[in-house]
Design a binder for this molecule. Structure first.
Ligand code: FE2
Ligand code: FE2
Length: 246
């Protein structure tokens, strides 16, 4: 049956097999196949670099919660230990065990094979190891219900956030722009397919939008109400309003 569905998806893409596909699958399965085809087409429009960068962006959203836990602005409560546990678990699942694993298995080897950026790759791998270890320490502390004001937890949250900010910035400005130059077009295409398939499997039917919705929900439980609260106060506005309380 799965082979039939796959066959019919291809017919939809070519636009040549609508009647044949509907007859083969029945209307319900046909509708599902059409829907999945639309999802596949949308995913196919994301390049490998875009795929990796939007994974960084999700990490960045989660790190807003770590940042708030490490030192919220005056008048703002720290996220609860429960919210911090959920954040650490999402980072482990989406960053440590998914994004970093993809880089280690499908991206870094391409650079190593071509003999370029060896020193950078070494540092990036070391930081993946450090990030995994540090996030587990943060998770264990949060699971114990430790106050997010403990000195060691605050230090670990800041260290993780700082390292990931630098790490992702270097990957996006130095590594990813060279992706196409270190491999043949065929190798690049294979890598891109691997990333897309892994992401599709990880995200399921809800896709990237579903993941972002989950992150937004988590932000909300951590007391983050949206982008506007991060707008900096400038000059006289800061003086007139005193210390920001958001
Ligand atoms: Fe990385
Ligand atoms: Fe990365």
């Amino acid at each position: 049956m799965e082979r039939d569905v796959m066959y019919s998806r291809r017919l939809v893409v070519t636009g040549a097999g609508v009647a044949a596909g509907a007859a083969l699958l029945g209307q319900n399965a046909w509708g599902q196949a059409q829907s999945e085809t639309r999802e596949r087409t949308a995913e196919a429009e994301v390049s490998a670099a875009e795929e990796l960068m939007r994974q960084h962006a999700v990490a960045g959203r989660l790190l807003l919660i770590y940042d708030k836990a490490a030192g919220p602005e005056s008048g703002s409560a720290k996220p609860s230990a429960k919210a911090l546990v959920s954040t650490a678990e999402m980072i482990r699942s989406n960053v440590d065990e998914h994004h970093m694993k993809l880089e280690e298995e499908s991206v870094f080897p391409l650079f190593q094979k071509s003999g370029t950026m060896a020193d950078l790759i070494t540092v990036l791998r070391e930081q993946h190891t450090a990030a995994r270890g540090l996030n587990e320490v943060i998770l264990r502390a949060a699971e114990k219900g430790e106050s997010t004001s403990t000195e060691s937890l605050t230090r670990d949250l800041r260290a993780y956030t700082r390292m990931l900010a630098a790490h992702t910035a270097y990957e996006e400005t130095v590594l990813y722009p060279q992706l196409r130059t270190v491999v043949s077009p065929q190798e690049y295409e294979r890598m891109e397919t691997t990333l897309r398939e892994a992401d599709r499997k990880k995200l399921g039917r809800e896709g990237f939008a579903g993941l972002v919705a989950k992150v937004a929900e988590l932000e909300s439980t951590a007391g983050i109400t949206g982008l506007a609260q991060f707008t900096a106060r400038v000059g006289s506005e800061r003086t007139a309003m005193g210390t920001p309380t958001r």
